[in-house]
Design a protein around this ligand. Structure first.
Ligand code: TYD
Length: 205
């Protein structure tokens, strides 16, 4: 694939969605064609699945059922949005990708890593070229996420212990794969944006 595939990951309230928009704008200003997208969602079919997984009671789905739903959404996103944009030579920035399933479904409620990995290999089979991990104290993240509370609160409602396990899991994953860059997200928006820009331009060069 001629394009560049970037993912942004982190716990809820880490600020990655704001930074994804800023990064996309800055790259476009420099003349790069950019597709900015998100998970769960990023294609019409996957956006329908998004509502099923993010709204409602925390106990609505088991972790196993979630693995299937998130992977189904990702497959559609890949077919309809990501692969076509990469084939056009664009920079694809996705707000979350498979690492979110590895963490939120794979390790936070028992160890389901093997199931996540097998399904990923079978149905997805690609990784981003570069992954920015937005790292933040889970209590601060949860406070931010709760402050903007809307209908999509299923994962936030799983609580601080869940987000704390997720943060540790993300950092462990980042230590195992060279595609990760860890960004300290506990700073003002402009400061974090500068940190992001430094990592991305270093990669582009
Ligand atoms: P996100 O859209 O980043 O939330 P927000 O825009 O409110 O910051 O992600 C929504 C939630 O979905 C988030 O709590 C993490 C969860 N999620 C998973 O549990 N597994 C996944 O594979 C993905 C992509 C997201």
């Amino acid at each position: 694939m001629p394009g560049l595939f970037l993912s942004l990951e982190g716990i809820d309230g880490s600020g990655k969605s704001t930074q994804a928009r800023r990064l996309a704008d800055r790259l476009r200003t420099q003349g790069h064609p950019v597709t900015l997208t998100r998970e769960p969602g990023g294609s019409p079919g996957a956006e329908e699945i998004r509502r099923l997984v993010l709204e409602g009671d925390p106990d609505r789905w088991s972790a196993e059922t979630e693995i299937l739903l998130f992977t189904a959404a990702r497959r559609d996103h890949l077919e309809k949005t990501i692969r076509p944009a990469l084939a056009r030579g664009e920079i694809v920035i996705t707000d979350r990708f498979a690492d979110s399933t590895r963490i939120f479904q794979g390790i936070t409620r028992g160890d389901l890593s093997a199931a996540v990995d097998r399904l990923h290999d079978l149905m997805i089979g690609v990784e981003p070229d570069l992954t920015l991990l937005f790292d933040l104290d889970p209590a601060k993240g949860l406070a931010r996420a709760t402050a903007r509370a809307g209908a999509e609160m299923r994962f936030e409602d799983m609580g601080l212990a869940f987000q704390t396990a997720a943060r540790a899991g993300f950092l462990a994953l980042a230590a195992r794969h060279v595609r990760f860059r860890v960004i300290d997200a506990d700073a003002e928006e402009d400061v974090v944006a500068a940190r992001v820009w430094e990592k991305v331009t270093a990669h582009l060069a």
